[in-house]
Design a protein around this ligand. Structure first.
Ligand SMILES: Cc1cc2nc3c(=O)[nH]c(=O)nc-3n(C[C@H](O)[C@H](O)[C@H](O)COP(=O)(O)OP(=O)(O)OC[C@H]3O[C@@H](n4cnc5c(N)ncnc54)[C@H](O)[C@@H]3O)c2cc1C
Length: 357
């Protein structure tokens, strides 16, 4: 991927062949059962992949692949029927169908329970009306695991999930959104107009969608922490190398205490991020309730990774600001971390509750 990253970033899109090639190598199904074409591994195999993807040179590519394997297909695996796994999970593992997760709406992001997209029961299924925004893989996705309201009841109770397919009448991609970072990733705005979705596309139980969202968030947040940890180590390597090679006032800039100390702090930041993330990952993979640790890992690593990129830019001076070195891109990509998958403020709210406040 690395040799193509610049081209894909400039084009604002990476080709679907990334998915097919990754599928050939077995990477799209590492944690999924062999009966659906997966590798029969577990969460830790995905964790290694995601940490390594941080080195692919494009946060957008990592995000697109991450959305497919990390947030959109896990609910089908966890909550789907055998038939749904055959129809959606197996082709997703083969790279034939690309998946997206559609929760956020123009008027509801952090407040997930406030979504308005309605699914009205009719004979044999639902009629769906509404819209979704900021959806990763939204433009290219063959199916979207979509949160809808199945009752008028307020709060969490009326939430359900439907698997929406791109060929369905009434489905349209209203916009490909332009953005600060993750530029190779297609972030889409979707519209549903009187779209009929059959009963067999209901994922999990009707009105129990909130449990699905909450279960999914833990893994999504862990993946974001792993990706940021990988990025922090990559940036540290870049900074060290540059500090050794670049000279000013007759000596390598790494010999100046100001630079040396900054790099020492960067090393601590990366190591601390890895420690807090691996601890949460271990608890999660062992099946413990790890909400507190996962939330802490997400909160700590996202802002820190952005700071790591900013420090690397500073160490590199003008070169850090140039596209050539990829560090300005890392900064733009990593700025999403404290926003996506639950903002820093929401992480602190969750932690506050975990701490009994
Ligand atoms: C590039 C990109 C890709 C994305 N991909 C997807 C995707 O694939 N699928 C998907 O469903 N969503 C996706 N999202 C949406 C993302 O999850 C939301 O942007 C995020 O949850 C925040 O919601 P919001 O943008 O509506 O902000 P808002 O909820 O409007 O928040 C605005 C500000 O208010 C703060 N705030 C809100 N509530 C509180 C509170 N209770 N206490 C304190 N502060 C609060 C927030 O922290 C934030 O600072 C993506 C977003 C981006 C930018």
């Amino acid at each position: 991927m690395r040799p193509h990253a610049d081209e894909w970033e400039d084009e604002g899109f990476f080709p679907n062949t990334v998915f097919t090639r990754m599928a050939e190598l077995g990477y799209l199904g590492l944690k999924y059962p062999e009966e659906y074409g997966g590798q029969g591994g577990d969460y830790l195999h995905d964790a290694v992949l995601v940490e390594e993807m941080a080195g692919c040179g494009s946060g957008g590519v990592a995000a697109g692949v991450g959305a497919h394997i990390g947030i959109a297909t896990p609910p089908v695996w966890k909550f789907g029927t055998d038939e749904q796994k055959e129809r959606f999970l197996a082709p997703a593992i083969r790279g034939e169908k690309i998946a997206a997760l559609g929760i956020t709406e123009p008027d509801a992001g952090s407040d997930v329970a406030g979504i308005k997209t309605s699914a009205t029961r009719v004979d044999g299924g639902y009629v769906v009306n509404g819209s979704k925004t900021f959806i990763t893989n939204g433009v290219r996705a063959d199916f979207v695991v979509t949160a809808v309201k199945t009752t008028q009841e307020g709060g969490h109770r009326g939430l359900s999930f439907l698997i929406v397919e791109k060929e369905m009448d009434g489905f349209s991609v209203s916009k490909k959104l332009d953005k600060m970072g993750w530029r190779a990733s297609d972030t889409g705005e979707l519209a549903f107009q009187d779209m009929f979705v059959p009963d067999e596309n209901l994922l999990g139980e009707e009105n129990k969608g909130f449990y699905l969202i909450m279960a999914n968030f833990q893994w999504e947040r862990l993946l974001m922490a792993l990706g940021s940890t990988g990025s922090m180590f990559n940036l540290l390597d870049t900074a060290i190398q540059y500090a050794k090679e670049r000279s000013a006032f007759g000596r390598p800039i790494g010999n100046f205490q100001a630079i040396r100390h900054k790099i020492a702090e960067m090393a601590v930041r990366a190591e601390a991020g890895r420690a807090i993330t691996y601890n949460a990952l271990r608890l999660f993979a062992e099946g413990h309730d790890a909400i507190k640790q996962v939330t802490m890992a997400k909160l700590q690593t996202q802002r820190d990774a952005f700071r790591q990129a900013d420090d690397t830019i500073q160490i590199m001076g003008g070169a850090g600001y140039m596209k050539e070195y990829g560090v300005e891109r890392a900064a733009r990509d990593l700025r999403l971390g404290p926003i996506g998958g639950g903002t820093d403020e929401i992480m602190k709210e969750i932690l506050g509750r975990q701490l009994g406040l």
